[in-house]
Design a protein around this ligand. Structure first.
Ligand code: ADP
Length: 652
């Protein structure tokens, strides 16, 4: 720009000089001053002066010859140059004033722009005086939020506008900002508004300083985050509800799993079956493999069952339990077996597995069966540790957590109860077997001396003419008969138990058997004064074992006599719907409803409120015999006025 103006100065000066030579004096001066004017306009004050000096000097030298330079010329040049200087100075001043005016215009414009900007920012913006903390500016969004008119707020401070507690809070922060001289961020603060109640604001406060760092104003920008917080709260609530729902579902799944496990375990009383079910229940739902350790009859803990979800890995698991009984080095299993405490181990690495292994082969098997996290749960029977469940997961499944441990402990507890029951059942079975064996041997052993005794008495009865011993011999014979029946009953029971009861089936009628039995028991009924009436309404042919059917009928007659309280007994043979039925009705005490099924069980003696002796076997044997004949036996009684036993057999 400078170079251009110098060139222009020279060019125009020359033009002025040239014009002096060409035109009349006034035109020449006009040319010169136009030149000075243009140059000072473009190049400024200095260039204007240079242009004046150059053009006048050149004009002077060219127009006035050297030596003819008079005082008049000198004064003239001085006046003319002054005029040039004045023009340059005036132009310069004028330009500067123009620049100033446009700068202040610009400032005003940009301030207006800032104001508009501030006014339209969709957040609350306010400015406070740094000295008395009175509001000097408050934008529209702020006014809308607090619910005041601008006149109501400008010039006031927080204490004039808001509740004292809130105002003190605002003022404290203001002071802190001004003292610190830097921005302060207040993530949450509450503001009571006129129209929208209590709102939550996120506010930033900034001090505005002068050049010397003295605070002049405090600028505050607040965002109303109430809705944002509410929506975040709702979002959190929804997430929490979802999580709770998931948790409930998980709990339900766990409860179902426990319920199914318990029902499966409880559905058997067999000890071995229970052990087997226990491992298969837990895999794969809870773990990938499971090993069961229990106390054997010698009181030693041994690993008895194992189950792997991957059939290819089962051989390794089987080998593991065969080769490695619970070892003292395996602290987790010892904790379960000795202290009855469960343990949970996660993220098992090679070092951990080595620590559990006594030799490289065991370590190798641990790796093959894939052990990444494991739980060991004690199983207690009557508060004593009876065994432990070891259960593990591979690294492809999430490690066990505390909930898994609780679940496994629950199953361990239930398993203890089920095992206790099956152990009891096992020992009961053992006892029953021992008893049956004893009864079988005893009854066989008794049978021989009884038979010989019976023969001796019969011989004595036949040979003796002594009337004095006739009665005692009759009594002895009756007792021997009773004893024979009892021993026979015992023998029959052991026959049923061992499945050795045999039958000789033939076509027969029940009528003759009934009459035979009537004949047999007649004396006993007569002696006790009990009326016995027999009705044969119908006597169709059936298939049966005569000896065994007679045994049932004898038992029913005898029971009616024994439990009939000496009152009349009525026997009826009749047919009903493809069946031939024999009913034996007595008028004794009867049998309560709750005992009517039980009395058909082995050794069941029902209501023992009398001193009538018996083994509780007669009805059991009768029921077995009837079942073998494809028939049945039942009882009807109101529990007070006698009872009616009815045996039913299918017609041929
Ligand atoms: P036992 O007579 O040796 O006890 P049973 O098997 O024949 O054995 O009978 C079982 C039980 O049924 C008896 O102990 C008795 O309580 C009850 N019972 C059997 N028959 C009658 C009856 N006619 N009246 C009342 N109770 C009876």
């Amino acid at each position: 720009m400078k170079l251009v103006s110098i060139l222009l100065t020279l060019g125009l000066s020359y033009l002025g000089v040239w014009a002096q030579a060409q035109f009349p004096v006034l035109t020449q001066w006009i040319f010169i001053y136009v030149t000075v004017f243009v140059v000072s306009w473009i190049g400024g004050f200095i260039n204007g002066i240079v242009a004046t000096v150059v053009s006048l000097t050149l004009a002077g030298f060219i127009l006035i010859p050297w030596g003819a330079f008079s005082l008049h010329d000198f004064v003239q040049i001085l006046v003319l140059s002054s005029l040039g200087f004045w023009i340059s100075f005036s132009m310069d001043q004028y330009k500067k004033s123009r620049i100033k005016i446009s700068a202040s215009d610009e400032l005003e414009k940009s301030l207006g722009f800032l104001d508009t900007l501030l006014e339209n920012i969709p957040m609350m913006v306010f400015v406070k005086d740094a000295v008395d903390l009175r509001f000097v500016k408050f934008n529209k969004a702020g006014l809308d939020l607090v619910g005041f008119q601008r006149e109501e707020i400008i010039g006031k401070n927080d204490l004039d506008m808001f509740p004292p507690e809130q105002a003190t809070h605002f003022i404290n922060y203001d002071r802190e900002v001004l003292k610190k001289g830097g921005i302060i961020d207040i993530p949450f603060e509450t503001l009571n508004t006129k129209s929208r109640g209590q709102r939550i604001l996120h506010t930033k406060k900034i001090p505005i300083m002068d050049k010397n760092g003295t605070p002049l104003y405090l600028l505050g920008v607040s965002e109303d985050v109430t809705d944002k917080i509410e929506s975040e709260r709702l979002q959190i609530q929804v997430l929490a509800e979802d999580a709770a729902k998931m948790e409930r579902l998980k709990m339900q799944e766990r409860e179902t799993f426990v319920a199914q496990a318990i029902s499966s375990l409880s559905s058997t009383l067999d000890y071995q079956e229970t052990l087997n079910r226990l491992v298969t229940i837990l895999v794969p739902t809870l773990g990938d493999w499971c090993i069961l350790t229990v106390k054997n009859d010698e009181g030693q803990f041994e690993r008895v069952e194992s189950f792997h979800s991957d059939p290819d890995l089962q051989p390794y698991l089987s080998e593991f339990i065969k080769l490695y009984p619970p070892s003292p080095e395996d602290l987790e299993i010892q904790k379960a077996l000795l202290k009855g405490e469960s343990s949970l181990s996660n993220n098992l690495n090679e070092t951990d597995l080595k620590a559990r292994s006594q030799d490289p082969h065991k370590f190798d098997l641990y790796r093959k069966i894939e052990t990444h996290s494991s739980m060991i749960i004690p199983v207690k029977v009557r508060d004593q540790v009876h065994g432990a469940i070891s259960i593990a997961r591979n690294s492809r499944r999430p490690a066990f957590d505390e909930l898994d441990l609780i679940l496994a402990e629950e199953i361990g507890r239930r398993a203890g109860t089920v095992l206790e029951n099956s152990l009891l059942f096992k020992s009961t079975q053992k006892a029953v077997k021992a008893r049956d064996e004893f009864l079988s041997i005893a009854s066989h052993e008794l049978k021989t001396p009884i038979t010989s005794l019976k023969m001796q008495i019969q011989m004595l009865q036949r040979s003796s003419q002594n009337e004095k011993i006739e009665k005692p011999l009759q009594l002895a014979s009756r007792q021997i008969n009773r004893l024979t029946l009892l021993v026979n009953d015992l023998l029959d029971v052991s026959r049923f138990d061992s499945g050795k009861m045999s039958y000789n089936f033939e076509n027969l009628h029940l009528g003759p058997i009934v009459l035979e039995v009537q004949e047999m028991v007649k004396n006993d009924f007569h002696t006790s004064g009990t009326d016995l009436t027999v009705f044969i309404d119908n006597d169709a042919e059936i298939k049966g074992d005569k000896y065994r059917l007679e045994q049932v009928i004898v038992n029913l007659f005898n029971n009616a006599h024994k439990y009939g309280a000496g009152k009349a007994v009525e026997i009826r043979l009749f047919s009903a719907e493809k069946e031939i039925c024999l009913s034996v009705k007595d008028n004794g005490k009867g049998i309560p409803a709750e005992l009517q099924n039980k009395i058909f069980e082995k050794f069941e003696r029902g209501r023992q409120d009398s001193n009538i002796s018996g083994l509780g076997l007669g009805l059991f044997i009768s029921k077995e015999i009837m079942t073998a004949h494809g028939g049945r036996i039942d009882v009807e009684s109101d529990g007070e006025h006698g009872s009616t036993f009815t045996m039913r057999l299918p017609l041929i």
